[in-house]
Design a protein around this ligand. Structure first.
Ligand code: PMP
Length: 363
Protein backbone atom coordinates (compact mmCIF):
# COMPACT_ATOMS: atom_id res chain seq x y z
CA UNK A 1 0.00 0.00 0.00
CA UNK A 2 2.85 2.42 0.74
CA UNK A 3 4.22 2.01 -2.78
CA UNK A 4 1.01 2.25 -4.77
CA UNK A 5 0.64 6.02 -4.47
CA UNK A 6 4.28 6.94 -5.04
CA UNK A 7 5.18 9.15 -7.99
CA UNK A 8 8.52 7.92 -9.38
CA UNK A 9 11.64 10.09 -9.05
CA UNK A 10 12.07 12.19 -12.20
CA UNK A 11 15.67 12.29 -13.42
CA UNK A 12 17.02 14.95 -15.77
CA UNK A 13 16.37 14.35 -19.46
CA UNK A 14 19.34 12.60 -21.13
CA UNK A 15 21.32 14.65 -23.68
CA UNK A 16 21.17 11.99 -26.42
CA UNK A 17 17.38 11.77 -26.19
CA UNK A 18 17.02 15.51 -26.66
CA UNK A 19 19.50 15.63 -29.55
CA UNK A 20 17.51 12.97 -31.38
CA UNK A 21 14.12 14.48 -30.54
CA UNK A 22 14.87 17.98 -31.82
CA UNK A 23 17.86 17.33 -34.13
CA UNK A 24 20.01 19.68 -32.06
CA UNK A 25 23.73 20.12 -32.74
CA UNK A 26 24.53 21.17 -29.21
CA UNK A 27 22.85 20.31 -25.96
CA UNK A 28 23.90 21.62 -22.55
CA UNK A 29 22.63 19.71 -19.55
CA UNK A 30 22.31 21.73 -16.38
CA UNK A 31 19.72 19.51 -14.80
CA UNK A 32 21.24 17.11 -12.29
CA UNK A 33 23.67 19.13 -10.18
CA UNK A 34 26.62 17.25 -11.62
CA UNK A 35 30.21 18.47 -11.61
CA UNK A 36 30.91 20.04 -15.03
CA UNK A 37 34.59 19.11 -14.63
CA UNK A 38 33.76 15.40 -14.38
CA UNK A 39 35.98 13.30 -12.11
CA UNK A 40 39.34 14.42 -10.77
CA UNK A 41 42.37 13.26 -12.78
CA UNK A 42 43.44 11.22 -9.76
CA UNK A 43 40.12 9.39 -9.67
CA UNK A 44 40.27 8.72 -13.41
CA UNK A 45 43.80 7.38 -13.12
CA UNK A 46 42.76 5.09 -10.27
CA UNK A 47 39.82 3.86 -12.32
CA UNK A 48 42.05 3.04 -15.30
CA UNK A 49 44.65 1.40 -13.08
CA UNK A 50 41.99 -0.76 -11.45
CA UNK A 51 40.76 -1.88 -14.87
CA UNK A 52 44.20 -2.56 -16.26
CA UNK A 53 45.83 -4.19 -13.23
CA UNK A 54 43.87 -7.41 -13.55
CA UNK A 55 40.78 -7.48 -15.75
CA UNK A 56 39.88 -10.84 -14.22
CA UNK A 57 39.09 -8.91 -11.03
CA UNK A 58 35.89 -7.78 -12.75
CA UNK A 59 34.79 -11.39 -12.65
CA UNK A 60 35.00 -11.35 -8.88
CA UNK A 61 32.70 -9.71 -6.40
CA UNK A 62 33.98 -6.41 -5.00
CA UNK A 63 35.20 -6.12 -1.43
CA UNK A 64 31.89 -6.09 0.42
CA UNK A 65 33.40 -4.03 3.23
CA UNK A 66 34.89 -1.45 0.88
CA UNK A 67 38.22 -1.43 2.71
CA UNK A 68 40.11 0.89 0.32
CA UNK A 69 37.44 3.55 0.39
CA UNK A 70 36.88 3.39 4.15
CA UNK A 71 40.63 3.66 4.58
CA UNK A 72 40.69 6.75 2.34
CA UNK A 73 37.82 8.30 4.34
CA UNK A 74 39.63 7.47 7.59
CA UNK A 75 42.86 9.01 6.31
CA UNK A 76 41.12 12.18 5.11
CA UNK A 77 38.47 12.74 7.80
CA UNK A 78 39.57 10.58 10.73
CA UNK A 79 36.56 8.25 11.08
CA UNK A 80 37.15 4.65 12.12
CA UNK A 81 35.94 2.05 9.61
CA UNK A 82 33.22 0.86 11.99
CA UNK A 83 31.70 4.35 11.86
CA UNK A 84 31.38 4.41 8.05
CA UNK A 85 28.57 2.99 5.90
CA UNK A 86 29.17 2.88 2.14
CA UNK A 87 26.25 3.31 -0.23
CA UNK A 88 25.47 2.95 -3.92
CA UNK A 89 25.15 6.71 -4.07
CA UNK A 90 23.90 8.52 -1.00
CA UNK A 91 20.39 7.64 -2.16
CA UNK A 92 21.27 4.13 -1.03
CA UNK A 93 22.21 5.49 2.40
CA UNK A 94 18.86 7.32 2.66
CA UNK A 95 16.94 4.19 1.71
CA UNK A 96 18.88 2.05 4.15
CA UNK A 97 18.00 4.46 6.95
CA UNK A 98 14.32 4.26 6.01
CA UNK A 99 14.42 0.48 5.71
CA UNK A 100 16.21 0.02 9.02
CA UNK A 101 14.21 2.42 11.17
CA UNK A 102 10.75 2.82 9.60
CA UNK A 103 7.67 0.69 9.15
CA UNK A 104 3.91 0.91 9.35
CA UNK A 105 2.77 3.07 12.26
CA UNK A 106 5.96 5.13 12.26
CA UNK A 107 6.41 8.78 11.25
CA UNK A 108 9.32 10.44 9.48
CA UNK A 109 9.71 14.19 9.19
CA UNK A 110 11.18 16.25 6.35
CA UNK A 111 10.76 19.80 5.08
CA UNK A 112 8.56 21.14 2.32
CA UNK A 113 10.69 21.59 -0.86
CA UNK A 114 13.24 19.08 0.49
CA UNK A 115 14.96 16.40 -1.60
CA UNK A 116 12.41 14.14 -3.33
CA UNK A 117 13.95 10.86 -2.23
CA UNK A 118 12.96 11.43 1.43
CA UNK A 119 9.21 11.00 0.86
CA UNK A 120 9.86 8.15 -1.59
CA UNK A 121 12.09 6.22 0.80
CA UNK A 122 9.79 6.85 3.76
CA UNK A 123 6.51 5.99 2.12
CA UNK A 124 7.86 2.84 0.50
CA UNK A 125 8.32 1.39 3.99
CA UNK A 126 4.67 2.00 4.87
CA UNK A 127 5.61 4.76 7.32
CA UNK A 128 3.93 8.15 7.24
CA UNK A 129 5.87 11.12 5.90
CA UNK A 130 5.25 14.43 7.66
CA UNK A 131 6.17 17.41 5.51
CA UNK A 132 6.78 20.54 7.59
CA UNK A 133 6.10 23.83 5.76
CA UNK A 134 9.24 25.66 4.67
CA UNK A 135 10.27 29.10 5.91
CA UNK A 136 11.75 31.39 3.23
CA UNK A 137 12.00 28.24 1.08
CA UNK A 138 14.32 26.64 3.67
CA UNK A 139 13.96 24.24 6.60
CA UNK A 140 11.96 25.62 9.54
CA UNK A 141 13.97 23.75 12.18
CA UNK A 142 11.90 24.82 15.24
CA UNK A 143 8.70 23.74 13.46
CA UNK A 144 10.32 20.45 12.47
CA UNK A 145 11.34 19.75 16.07
CA UNK A 146 7.82 20.66 17.19
CA UNK A 147 6.35 18.16 14.70
CA UNK A 148 7.97 15.21 16.53
CA UNK A 149 5.45 12.78 18.04
CA UNK A 150 5.95 9.49 19.88
CA UNK A 151 5.61 7.83 16.44
CA UNK A 152 8.52 9.80 14.96
CA UNK A 153 11.54 7.61 14.25
CA UNK A 154 13.54 9.56 11.66
CA UNK A 155 14.04 13.20 10.59
CA UNK A 156 15.72 14.04 7.28
CA UNK A 157 17.54 17.39 6.95
CA UNK A 158 19.34 18.60 3.83
CA UNK A 159 22.06 21.23 4.24
CA UNK A 160 22.32 22.78 1.70
CA UNK A 161 18.93 21.63 0.47
CA UNK A 162 18.10 20.48 -3.05
CA UNK A 163 16.31 21.97 -5.03
CA UNK A 164 16.27 25.30 -3.16
CA UNK A 165 19.97 25.63 -2.21
CA UNK A 166 18.93 26.95 1.22
CA UNK A 167 20.96 26.23 4.36
CA UNK A 168 20.75 26.55 8.10
CA UNK A 169 23.21 27.83 10.68
CA UNK A 170 25.11 25.79 13.21
CA UNK A 171 23.42 27.41 16.23
CA UNK A 172 19.97 26.66 14.80
CA UNK A 173 20.96 23.06 14.16
CA UNK A 174 22.28 22.71 17.72
CA UNK A 175 19.03 24.12 19.16
CA UNK A 176 17.14 21.66 16.97
CA UNK A 177 19.19 18.69 18.17
CA UNK A 178 18.65 19.76 21.78
CA UNK A 179 14.88 19.78 21.19
CA UNK A 180 14.68 16.41 19.41
CA UNK A 181 14.43 13.28 21.62
CA UNK A 182 17.56 11.13 21.56
CA UNK A 183 15.67 8.08 20.27
CA UNK A 184 14.84 9.86 16.99
CA UNK A 185 17.42 9.28 14.25
CA UNK A 186 18.42 12.53 12.53
CA UNK A 187 19.92 12.29 9.03
CA UNK A 188 21.96 15.34 8.05
CA UNK A 189 22.27 15.06 4.27
CA UNK A 190 25.37 16.99 3.21
CA UNK A 191 25.38 16.08 -0.50
CA UNK A 192 26.43 19.65 -1.41
CA UNK A 193 28.53 20.63 1.63
CA UNK A 194 31.80 20.85 -0.34
CA UNK A 195 30.41 23.82 -2.28
CA UNK A 196 29.88 25.88 0.88
CA UNK A 197 32.60 28.50 1.13
CA UNK A 198 32.25 29.64 4.73
CA UNK A 199 34.47 28.54 7.60
CA UNK A 200 31.65 29.28 10.09
CA UNK A 201 29.16 27.04 8.30
CA UNK A 202 27.75 23.95 9.98
CA UNK A 203 29.68 20.79 9.12
CA UNK A 204 28.13 17.52 10.25
CA UNK A 205 31.59 16.05 10.79
CA UNK A 206 32.39 18.75 13.37
CA UNK A 207 29.34 18.03 15.53
CA UNK A 208 28.86 14.29 14.96
CA UNK A 209 30.51 13.17 18.19
CA UNK A 210 28.09 15.20 20.28
CA UNK A 211 24.96 13.45 19.00
CA UNK A 212 24.65 9.64 19.18
CA UNK A 213 21.41 9.83 17.13
CA UNK A 214 22.99 11.76 14.22
CA UNK A 215 23.85 10.26 10.83
CA UNK A 216 25.80 12.45 8.40
CA UNK A 217 25.39 11.51 4.75
CA UNK A 218 27.78 12.57 1.98
CA UNK A 219 28.25 11.74 -1.68
CA UNK A 220 30.96 11.40 -4.31
CA UNK A 221 28.41 12.40 -6.97
CA UNK A 222 28.62 16.18 -6.70
CA UNK A 223 31.87 18.00 -5.84
CA UNK A 224 33.90 14.83 -6.47
CA UNK A 225 32.42 14.40 -9.95
CA UNK A 226 31.63 10.67 -9.76
CA UNK A 227 27.83 10.73 -10.20
CA UNK A 228 27.81 7.86 -12.67
CA UNK A 229 29.82 5.52 -10.46
CA UNK A 230 27.25 5.71 -7.63
CA UNK A 231 29.13 6.15 -4.38
CA UNK A 232 27.96 7.82 -1.20
CA UNK A 233 28.57 7.19 2.47
CA UNK A 234 27.31 7.88 5.94
CA UNK A 235 29.18 8.47 9.17
CA UNK A 236 27.60 7.91 12.59
CA UNK A 237 28.18 6.04 15.83
CA UNK A 238 29.33 2.44 15.40
CA UNK A 239 26.04 1.07 16.74
CA UNK A 240 23.90 2.98 14.22
CA UNK A 241 26.26 2.02 11.39
CA UNK A 242 26.08 -1.60 12.55
CA UNK A 243 22.28 -1.54 12.22
CA UNK A 244 22.44 0.00 8.73
CA UNK A 245 24.99 -2.59 7.63
CA UNK A 246 22.51 -5.34 8.52
CA UNK A 247 20.10 -4.19 5.81
CA UNK A 248 22.76 -3.19 3.26
CA UNK A 249 23.21 -5.36 0.18
CA UNK A 250 26.48 -7.25 0.59
CA UNK A 251 28.19 -5.82 -2.54
CA UNK A 252 26.44 -2.48 -2.97
CA UNK A 253 29.51 -0.56 -4.23
CA UNK A 254 31.42 -2.03 -7.17
CA UNK A 255 35.18 -2.40 -7.32
CA UNK A 256 35.80 0.30 -9.96
CA UNK A 257 33.72 2.77 -7.97
CA UNK A 258 35.62 1.90 -4.79
CA UNK A 259 38.98 2.51 -6.47
CA UNK A 260 37.95 5.80 -8.06
CA UNK A 261 36.23 7.07 -4.92
CA UNK A 262 39.24 6.25 -2.72
CA UNK A 263 41.43 8.42 -4.97
CA UNK A 264 38.79 11.15 -5.19
CA UNK A 265 38.41 11.49 -1.42
CA UNK A 266 42.15 12.19 -1.14
CA UNK A 267 42.13 14.83 -3.89
CA UNK A 268 41.52 18.07 -1.97
CA UNK A 269 42.88 20.18 -4.82
CA UNK A 270 40.18 18.97 -7.17
CA UNK A 271 37.43 19.70 -4.66
CA UNK A 272 38.86 23.20 -4.18
CA UNK A 273 38.90 23.71 -7.97
CA UNK A 274 35.30 22.54 -8.21
CA UNK A 275 34.27 24.89 -5.40
CA UNK A 276 36.00 27.87 -7.05
CA UNK A 277 34.53 27.09 -10.47
CA UNK A 278 31.10 26.84 -8.88
CA UNK A 279 31.46 30.14 -7.03
CA UNK A 280 32.47 31.92 -10.25
CA UNK A 281 29.65 30.24 -12.18
CA UNK A 282 27.14 31.22 -9.52
CA UNK A 283 28.20 34.88 -9.80
CA UNK A 284 27.95 34.62 -13.60
CA UNK A 285 24.41 33.24 -13.31
CA UNK A 286 23.26 35.75 -10.70
CA UNK A 287 24.51 38.63 -12.86
CA UNK A 288 22.96 37.12 -15.99
CA UNK A 289 19.65 36.49 -14.25
CA UNK A 290 19.58 40.01 -12.81
CA UNK A 291 20.06 41.40 -16.33
CA UNK A 292 16.95 39.41 -17.33
CA UNK A 293 15.03 40.74 -14.35
CA UNK A 294 15.04 37.33 -12.61
CA UNK A 295 15.93 36.32 -9.08
CA UNK A 296 17.08 33.08 -7.53
CA UNK A 297 16.60 31.75 -4.03
CA UNK A 298 19.93 32.37 -2.22
CA UNK A 299 21.89 29.14 -2.76
CA UNK A 300 24.99 27.49 -1.33
CA UNK A 301 24.81 24.54 -3.72
CA UNK A 302 26.02 24.03 -7.28
CA UNK A 303 22.62 25.08 -8.61
CA UNK A 304 20.14 27.94 -8.45
CA UNK A 305 16.40 27.75 -8.01
CA UNK A 306 15.16 30.62 -10.17
CA UNK A 307 11.79 32.34 -9.84
CA UNK A 308 10.58 32.74 -13.43
CA UNK A 309 7.66 34.93 -12.40
CA UNK A 310 5.32 32.75 -14.50
CA UNK A 311 4.50 29.04 -14.80
CA UNK A 312 7.87 27.42 -15.47
CA UNK A 313 6.65 24.36 -17.41
CA UNK A 314 6.36 26.06 -20.83
CA UNK A 315 9.73 27.80 -20.31
CA UNK A 316 11.33 24.45 -19.50
CA UNK A 317 9.93 23.03 -22.76
CA UNK A 318 11.08 26.05 -24.76
CA UNK A 319 14.58 25.73 -23.28
CA UNK A 320 14.69 22.07 -24.35
CA UNK A 321 14.08 23.16 -27.95
CA UNK A 322 17.05 25.53 -27.54
CA UNK A 323 19.22 22.64 -26.41
CA UNK A 324 19.27 23.53 -22.71
CA UNK A 325 18.15 20.99 -20.14
CA UNK A 326 17.24 22.36 -16.73
CA UNK A 327 14.91 20.95 -14.08
CA UNK A 328 11.30 21.89 -13.49
CA UNK A 329 10.48 21.71 -9.79
CA UNK A 330 6.66 21.78 -9.80
CA UNK A 331 6.79 18.35 -8.15
CA UNK A 332 8.57 20.08 -5.25
CA UNK A 333 5.72 22.56 -4.88
CA UNK A 334 7.58 25.26 -6.86
CA UNK A 335 5.62 25.57 -10.14
CA UNK A 336 7.08 28.98 -11.07
CA UNK A 337 10.72 28.00 -10.47
CA UNK A 338 13.36 26.24 -12.55
CA UNK A 339 16.39 24.63 -10.96
CA UNK A 340 19.51 25.33 -12.98
CA UNK A 341 22.78 23.55 -12.25
CA UNK A 342 25.91 25.67 -12.58
CA UNK A 343 28.07 24.56 -15.48
CA UNK A 344 31.29 25.62 -17.18
CA UNK A 345 31.47 29.35 -18.01
CA UNK A 346 30.67 28.79 -21.67
CA UNK A 347 27.81 26.40 -20.83
CA UNK A 348 26.39 29.08 -18.53
CA UNK A 349 26.70 31.65 -21.34
CA UNK A 350 24.98 29.31 -23.80
CA UNK A 351 22.11 28.68 -21.36
CA UNK A 352 21.73 32.35 -20.40
CA UNK A 353 21.52 33.35 -24.08
CA UNK A 354 18.88 30.67 -24.66
CA UNK A 355 16.97 31.83 -21.60
CA UNK A 356 16.96 35.41 -22.89
CA UNK A 357 15.48 34.24 -26.22
CA UNK A 358 12.88 32.06 -24.54
CA UNK A 359 11.78 34.85 -22.21
CA UNK A 360 11.57 37.33 -25.08
CA UNK A 361 9.40 34.88 -27.04
CA UNK A 362 7.19 34.30 -24.00
CA UNK A 363 6.63 38.07 -23.74
N1 PMP B 1 20.82 14.20 -1.28
C1 PMP B 1 20.55 15.29 -1.99
C2 PMP B 1 20.12 16.52 -1.24
C3 PMP B 1 20.65 15.27 -3.38
O1 PMP B 1 20.35 16.36 -4.09
C4 PMP B 1 21.07 14.09 -4.04
C5 PMP B 1 21.23 14.01 -5.54
N2 PMP B 1 20.31 14.64 -6.31
C6 PMP B 1 21.33 12.97 -3.25
C7 PMP B 1 21.21 13.06 -1.88
C8 PMP B 1 21.68 11.65 -3.85
O2 PMP B 1 22.82 11.68 -4.59
P1 PMP B 1 23.63 10.37 -4.92
O3 PMP B 1 22.73 9.19 -4.73
O4 PMP B 1 24.07 10.54 -6.31
O5 PMP B 1 24.75 10.35 -3.92
Amino acid sequence: PGVQHLAPYQPGKPIEELQREFGLARVVKLASNENPLGPSPAALAALKAALQADPAELGRYPDGNGYVLKEAIRARFGWAHERILLGNGSNDVLELVARAFLGEGDDAIYAQHAFAVYPLAVQATGARGIEVPARNHGHDLPAMAAAVTPATKVIFLANPNNPTGTWFERADFEAFMAAVPANVVVVLDEAYCEFVDDAQALSGFDVLDRYPNLIVSRTLAKAYGLASLRVGYAVAGADLIGILNRVRQPFNVNSLALAAAAAAVADDDFVARSRALNAAGRRQWLDGLAALGLRAIPSRGNFLCVDMGQPAGPLFQALLREGVIVRPVANYGLPDHLRISIGLAEENDFALAALARVLAAAG
